[in-house]
Structures are given as C-alpha cells and as structure tokens.
Design a protein around this ligand. Sequence first.
Ligand SMILES: [Zn+2]
Length: 232
Amino acid sequence: MLINSLFTDAFHLFYPHYCTGCGSDLLAKDSLLCINCINELPHTHFARYENNYIENIFRGRMHVEAAYSQFYFSKGKLVQHLIHQLKYKANKEIGFYLGQIMGESLISAGRFLNLDYLIPLPLYADKEFKRGYNQATIICNGIHASTQIPTLSNNIIRLRATETQTRKHRSARWQNVDGSFAVTDPAPLIGKNILLVDDVITTGASLEACGQTILQVAGTSLSIAALAHATK
Ligand SMILES: [Zn+2]
C-alpha cells in the first residue's frame, strides 16, 4: 500500500494533472476533480423523490415510471464547465465519472427498479460522426459501471426534421408523430423497462419525442435520467 502510494506520488511528480473543474493541481492520479469541486457539485437528490421537477416536466405529456436529473445546471458554474468538457473537448473520462455518480443515485434511490436497458438519447448521425461519440453514451457507460445495466445504442435513430417518413425511412415502422426518432430494431425492446439518458434537460422536448417512440414498442415502460437540468 505504501509502495503503491509512493509510486503514485512519484508518478504525480512527473505527470501532474489538474482538476477538470477548477484547474488546481491534484494529489491522486485517479481523481478527476479536487475535493473542493466534488463538494461543490450541486446534487438535486431528485432520484429519491416522486413528483420531482423532472417528473413534472413530463406529466400529462408522456407516461414515465420515474425520472430525475443528477445536478442543477447554472450558466458559468461547475456543471456547465464539466458538460462542456464532455461535449466539446472530448473529455470522456469526466462523462464516465459523472455517469457513475448517476448510477449510484439510481441504486440508492430504490425507485428505479427492474430496468432492463439504458438507451442514450441518439444524436443526428452527422453530429455524432463529427464529434466522434455520443456524450449520452459515455454517460450510460458510467451508469453501467455502477449498476451493471446494459446499454442499447443502435436500436433508435434520430432523423432530420426535413426527412419525410416515407421517402428516407420506409423500413422504420416505429416513428413518433413528428418523425424525429425511429426504432430501427424493436425486437430487443419488446416488454422491456427502459431508462432513457441525456446530458442536459431543458424543455424535455427531445426526450419526449424519443420516449414516445420507445413507448410505441409493445410492453415497454420508460424512465428518464439526465445528468443535469437547466431551467428555462
Ligand atoms: Zn477543482
């Protein structure tokens, strides 16, 4: 243990790295955030409570079993900075780390039961191609690490609003009304309890459109998890 920590300190001496949140020097090589930033993370604790702010967003619009966001999102604050790192600086590690925290909340809440699959909210294909990854998939990877719930990434696609249902996606039978999402392979979803995952929730419109599409598959139930929520 001592030897291990000596190595860690020696490694750190030669390869110092900095807190993703505030840029201050770190002591442990496995840490992404310093203790101050960890303490500053604005947890909502919504996972534990029925009728929380996120569940109320969907009330009357779509049936969800349970929903939560992990953090409050404020402009110019820590969580916005971390999500910016995840989305625009290819910092997948921070997304994975925050996803792990989301997974721990899911487990301790005791309300998100019998989930079969995590589904990351799909990006437009060209957007994902340019970024090289879907940030929601990275978050799912972190949730999986805490919960062991598997991720399904390739069963739903996001369509350009300009694409008409019949012309471009004749094969996609399961489309929601506005046609912005389609289930390409419904079989694995039949009868399953799905947790739909996104980075930031604002109006919930995209999650609703995707969720409605999932709910068209026979016997599915839907829950929702967002890393953060921003009030309008
Ligand atoms: Zn920090």
